[in-house]
Design a protein around this ligand. Structure first.
Ligand code: FAD
Ligand code: ZN
Length: 473
């Protein structure tokens, strides 16, 4: 037995055209950020759950490691094969059927390879909302969203991917099928296996389908952009918004000036409201309200909030989108930041979280530490302030080649930032997960008891160690 035998077995299992080898596999071997360049033994594209199970069984027999992959938009190297040429990429993209929408139960059962946007559209066609929303939604898959417990821009109201999932179908690391689909909101029959697989980044099992929670479409959605002088004021605005808007507050995003400036530089076609005179406002907040009442009431409520915030000096200026197209433009501005950063050059990304109340202190102290240790480094701060989750990214000083900067400073900058995160009772990953990027960091910072339990779970569920080897733990 050997590799040729495995490849020929796979061709029989899924069909010759769906076992890809040789050159031309960049989309599978190189990640979105172009940080990891791997080399796959092959890319195998099964058509359904039964084929996934057989592929896993074949890999077990041949002791070949598998890297599950959805839309390959993950940011921590979790879905990219290493460069040994011995790992098989298992692409779930062909499992893209919507199996059922149950309008009365407010649920939807979809296969893992469904693109997030397609799921949103299918729900909307039935007058319902699937509220997971992130900038990669045009290419990421539900399987990847669940495997990374993705967050995004509406967590504040609807929770993250874990909160939106009621059941999973999983092919275990031993090639068995775990039937866990179903639309139950209450089920206390022992350990929650679903929650174990969610967020496990392809290291414990392969998600092949999921039952998702839907909610009624709100009657009106209003978006506003406001400017403020510092993060304390932004937190004050959040407090006021929570009081005045209650559960109708669905999004609360923060952007610093450099984040907006990079969008202006690299994507000048995107409108930049409230950018007066020559300078960009120091901080901007994008907030969204989704109301069950009609647009007029929603508009009224949002304007009332902004007027009070102006009176209290929390914000300097604000604009409310007049229609969906203006609302989309505001979101476009926020969601274009990662792309603008990529255009500016490789950067050091952190998707940290701290309690919302500690965000201002975290930003102030960490900015000061970095400015002293790495003079000239440029801080791109933006993210989901409503969840206490900040993309605290570090761009090379102007004029310094980004590659050199990362090679020289990434490790020390990570240490400074994560020490500060810990000092503020935070997490080193609020969204993107561990993958390859933060494996060492996790090993150093997670409690030994937690790490030991995680390793024991991994050994129990994947005794041969064939699923996403080398990731997470
Ligand atoms: P992939 O990248 O293919 O895989 C991600 C991980 O999941 C890998 O470890 C892979 O092995 C595993 N995996 C994939 N499919 C399966 C499966 N079916 N079964 C088991 N394991 C599987 N993330 C957020 O949380 N919030 C954001 O706001 C956000 N914004 C982003 C914006 C941009 C522009 C980009 C590029 C990324 C963003 N991300 C964000 C990160 C990324 O989009 C999410 O992690 C997404 O959920 C990954 O989905 P995917 O299908 O691309 O997964
Ligand atoms: Zn995010």
């Amino acid at each position: 037995m050997g590799t040729p035998a495995l490849l020929s077995e796979l061709r029989t299992l899924v069909g010759e055209p769906h076992v890809l080898t040789g050159p031309g596999l960049q989309a599978y071997e190189c990640d979105w950020r172009k940080r990891w360049h791997g080399r796959a033994l092959a890319v195998v594209r099964p058509a359904d759950t039964a084929q996934v199970a057989r592929v896993v069984q074949a890999c077990l027999t041949h002791r070949v490691g598998l890297v599950p992959q959805g839309g390959h938009t993950g940011l921590v190297g979790g879905g990219t094969p290493d460069n040994s040429g011995t790992q098989l990429v298992l692409s779930l993209q062909r499992l893209n059927r919507i199996r059922e929408i149950d309008v009365d139960n407010l649920t939807m059962t979809v296969e893992a390879g469904c693109i997030l946007q397609a799921v949103q559209v299918a729900a909307a066609e039935r007058g319902l909302l699937f509220p997971l929303s992130l900038a990669a939604e045009g290419s990421c898959t539900i399987g990847g969203n669940l495997a990374t417990n993705a967050g995004g821009t509406q967590v504040l109201r609807y929770g993250n991917a874990r909160d939106l999932c009621l059941g999973l179908e999983v092919v275990t690391a031993e090639g068995e099928l775990l039937h866990g689909l179903g639309g139950l909101r209450k089920d206390n029959t022992g350990y929650d296996l679903r929650d174990l697989y969610i967020g496990s980044e392809g290291t414990l099992g392969i998600i092949t389908a999921a039952t998702l929670k839907l909610v009624p479409q709100p009657a009106a959605t209003m978006t506003a952009l406001a400017t403020c002088t510092n993060p304390e004021a932004a937190v004050g605005l959040l407090r006021l918004a929570r009081t005045r808007l209650g559960a109708t507050l669905t999004g609360f995003e923060l952007m610093n000036a450099l984040a907006r400036e990079l969008v202006a530089r690299h994507l000048p076609q995107i409108p930049q409201p409230l950018w007066t005179d020559a300078s960009c406002p120091p901080w901007s907040v994008l907030l969204e309200q989704s109301d069950d009442e009609g647009p007029e009431q929603a508009h009224h409520r949002l304007e009332g909030l902004l007027e009070q915030a102006l009176e209290q000096g929390l914000i300097q200026d604000a604009v409310v989108a007049k229609n969906m197209s203006e609302s989309r433009q505001l979101w476009h501005l926020r969601e274009a930041i990662p792309l603008a950063q990529a255009e500016e050059g490789l950067n050091i990304k952190h998707d940290i979280s701290v309690p919302v109340s500690r965000i201002p202190a975290f930003i102030a102290t960490t900015n000061a530490i970095l400015a002293q240790a790495h003079p000239g480094c440029r801080l791109v701060n933006f993210g989901h302030l409503g969840d206490g989750n900040l993309h605290y990214n570090v761009q090379a000083p102007a004029g310094t080649p980004p590659g050199d900067f990362l090679a020289r400073c990434e490790q020390t900058i990570n240490t400074l930032v994560y020490d500060s995160v810990q000092a503020h009772a935070g997490s080193i990953s609020a969204e993107h997960g561990i993958g390859l990027l933060k494996r060492e960091e996790l090993a150093q910072r997670k409690s030994p008891v937690a790490l030991d339990l995680m390793k024991r779970l991994k050994r129990a569920l994947d005794p041969q160690g064939i699923l996403n080897p080398g990731r997470v733990v």
